[in-house]
Design a protein around this ligand. Structure first.
Ligand SMILES: NC(=O)C1=CN([C@@H]2O[C@H](COP(=O)(O)OP(=O)(O)OC[C@H]3O[C@@H](n4cnc5c(N)ncnc54)[C@H](OP(=O)(O)O)[C@@H]3O)[C@@H](O)[C@H]2O)C=CC1
Ligand SMILES: CCCCCCCCCCCCCCCC(=O)[C@@H](N)CO
Length: 359
């Protein structure tokens, strides 16, 4: 063997020997990937253990506050279509009777009953407690409570009357605490139940014009998280629904004096029909999902703002982990566009004021 040949063979031997080491990162990558796949498979295997058993709506007693109009009425109709017994709660008796007729049209058997109760859910706890007791005596223990009574006021912070801040907390927040408090003892005894809170996308982000409204809807999230942690061992599941603008009598009323900024910003996530909102919210509550969101913007907003809220399915948890950074990036663009809406509206107002002065 010449010295040249010897060198060649030594080099090729060295290369073959060392190319194994070159493969090492790939092997490690493969092992890590295999671990991730095994972990995800394991999670899916135990997922039936962490997801609650769906509630049977057929024959169940569902109480809907704010059930005489808009989203609440549609939720009542949706539950009735699945064979539930309904108690509608609101103040105006005339509207209640009208809504009862509409709900009754959705019956699927002749045993179903719609009960109406006129009460202000935000004023006196003992009154709320006594009407819930009446409803339970007539239609049996409450299987699902839907807290949908609520109202909205929009306007610039300094233009909203001071007592409106208190009013919105009373109706939107305490008006959900009281009925929940009134049903929870029986639910705990029976070790079953569902509580739904109707918040809003305005309860996930604070928006121009909603300084009074947003906090009252954010409060529901805090209540729901704390309550869920207490209630989980009793097989009671809490759902918070975050609808975008929804075409209801309440929305029409709100639009009469809504700041232009609020309108333009809210338009981002469009207007839903109450029937759509009701269908999704009821499905989520039946399944025991903690969060119920609507449309692509609603989905992104919920994933982005999930924080420490309970997770009810493996898929939900994995999606949140994977999408968080991406959605925050998208959110920064949205925030930029909202700021520019606010700035443009301000400039326009100032210009038209200046023009008025000149005339
Ligand atoms: N429409 C929308 O764009 C959105 C609405 N939401 C929320 O959804 C819920 C329903 O809204 P929507 O359907 O538009 O509203 P509506 O105004 O159409 O209906 C509100 C219902 O709540 C009842 N209600 C109001 N105040 C009280 C009270 N103090 N005690 C008992 N009942 C009361 C009303 O009856 P009565 O007046 O006779 O008492 C009515 O049945 C609200 O909580 C709202 O904040 C969330 C996101 C978007
Ligand atoms: C990844 C990030 C996505 C961000 C999307 C942001 C979309 C913001 C839209 C906010 C709409 C607020 C509607 C409030 C409706 C309401 O509660 C009142 N109409 C009640 O009457």
């Amino acid at each position: 063997m010449s010295s040249e040949e010897a060198l060649g063979s030594a080099l090729s031997h060295w290369l073959t020997f060392n190319s194994w080491w070159l493969l090492l990162p790939f092997i490690m990558l493969l092992v890590v990937a295999a671990f991730i796949v095994a972990f995800v498979l394991l999670l899916y295997m135990i997922s039936p253990l962490i997801s609650p058993k769906p509630l049977k709506l057929n024959g169940a007693h569902v109480v809907v506050t704010g059930g005489s109009s808009g989203i609440g009425k549609c939720i009542a109709m949706e539950c009735y279509k699945h064979g539930a017994f309904i108690t509608l709660v609101a103040r105006d008796e005339h509207k209640l009777v009208q809504a009862k007729k509409e709900v009754e049209k959705c019956a699927i058997n002749d045993k179903q009953v719609v009960l109406c109760i006129s009460v202000d859910v935000s004023k006196d706890y003992s009154q709320v407690e006594s009407v819930i007791k009446q409803a339970q005596e007539k239609l049996g223990p409450v299987d699902m409570l839907v807290n949908c009574a609520g109202t909205s006021i929009s306007g610039k912070f300094e233009e909203v009357e001071v007592d409106r801040f208190k009013k919105l907390m009373e109706v939107n927040y305490l008006g959900s605490v009281y009925p929940t408090r009134a049903v929870i003892t029986t639910m705990k005894e029976r070790r079953m139940g569902r509580i739904m809170f109707v918040s809003s996308q305005g309860g996930q982000i604070g928006l121009f014009g909603y300084t009074a409204y947003s906090p009252s809807k954010f409060a529901l999230r805090g209540l729901a998280e704390a309550l869920q942690m207490e209630m989980k061992p009793y097989n009671i599941y809490v759902t918070v629904a975050y609808p975008p603008d929804t075409d209801t009598p309440g929305f029409a009323e709100e639009n009469k004096n809504k700041p232009l900024e609020t309108k333009l910003i809210s338009e981002t996530s469009g207007v839903c029909q109450p029937e759509q909102v009701a269908k999704i919210a009821v499905k989520d509550a039946v399944q025991g999902n903690f969060t119920s969101s609507f449309g692509p913007d609603g989905y992104m907003l919920s994933a982005l703002t999930c924080g420490m809220s309970p997770v009810t399915s493996i898929t939900e948890g994995l999606q949140q982990i994977v999408t968080m950074g991406l959605f925050r990036t998208i959110a920064l663009f949205y925030l930029g566009s909202f700021d520019s809406i606010v700035r443009r509206c301000m400039i326009q107002r100032e210009q038209s004021k200046a023009a008025d002065k000149r005339e």
